[in-house]
Design a protein around this ligand. Sequence first.
Ligand code: GAP
Length: 438
Amino acid sequence: MANPDLMDKLVSLCKRRGYVFQSSEIYGGTGSVWDYGSLGAELKRNVKDLWWSSMVHQRDDIEGIDAAILMHPKVWEASGHVEGFSDPLVECTNCHRRFRADLPEVEGGQCPTCGTKDVFTEPRMFNLMFKTFMGPVEDSSATIYIRPETAQGSYVNFLNVQGTARQTVPFGIAQIGKAFRNEITPGNFIFRTREFEQAEMQFFVKPGEDEAWFDQWMEIRMQWHKDLGIDDAKLRFHEHGPDELAHYAKKAFDIEYEFPFGWKEFEGIHNRTDFDLARHQEYSGKRLEYIDAPTNERFLPYVVETAMGVDRTALVLLVDAYREEDIDGDQRVVLGLHPKVAPTKVAVFPLVKKDGMPEIAQKLQADLRSAAIPSFYDQSGAIGRRYRRQDEVGTPWCVTIDGETAEQNSVTIRDRDSLEQVRVATDKVVAWVRERLL
Ligand code: GAP
């Protein structure tokens, strides 16, 4: 169901509570570029750590790398991005704003900004790669591109990684990093931006085994999102039709989420065949074939790619988690984030600022810090307000030190979603939380 209000509320919450700020806000902001505040940075880090753990640490057939953003300009000729990574652009001759020609309003003939009808120029192709110059000379010989996808770093390092890590096909190369696209029509908060982060994995397989691996990766990736607690009913696959396929793909499925602005992609699974390796072999003049040890068979592997947007996944998590509730006439806003991704896991409150309660609470928070469990201490205001502040940022558990704590050596732990309160021995709180995070 479209719910544009939800986006406004979420953008406001994100700014107010330190999830996301507009980039260079004091200068009026930079178009469609965002900065993550202390909570947003934790949320994104959690997403990346969970992805890396599932791809690299929990498998023996995937290696992680961290390739540079700047690459040899020929990489982007070989990859097809110089020639083909373009969107059709039109300009409104009334207000001079530029749009993607395939936006529904533009296709309907009306300018999305000034509303004038039938005033667009003929579409022309606009390359989405950012360009700059390498070194002190600013001419075409020094032109360099800022990568629009992380994948190419894995292709040009295919044999380096395979040889040094002593991997045999099938195996994968994973990396997380920034990518940049000079999008014509960015928008919807952190959904479509000009600078963003990708978590991509290229899985190299024997030709002929690509279809079976493609199916496996579709299943693994969908399950991974469900395990983050995202609502099943709002997740689906969308298969690319022939006119949607990227220039490198033989087959592609998007994982889509039902955002307040409609069903949209936040991860793609692509069968890139041997397109990239074959092109790099051709453009670099270096053989990139894999030699299968037992048979000495030489071949260029096919690639099944899983390409997730980290920022879009963060947006999915925030949208999916946001809810408003009425509890006995009291309104609350809750981010029901899964504890694995919640920026702060535990808030610690002394019920009142006296009778030794702050000291016990501070000692408990120090124990949580030593155990590397992100926590937050708050002793100001009524307890109900302190709960609400934590509900709004998605903290799963609030621990309160009360009048009985000193005598009984126990505290209450309140669950954000069920609102249930349990009493737990003070010296068992760290273990209690850790058990639930595993
Ligand atoms: N290497 C393949 C590739 O880049 P893609 O479908 O163009 O494929 C993969 O991008 C993911 O990167 C998308 O599903 C999306 O989550 C994210 N992404 C792409 N463009 C983006 C943008 N302008 N802003 C934010 N995320 C973007």
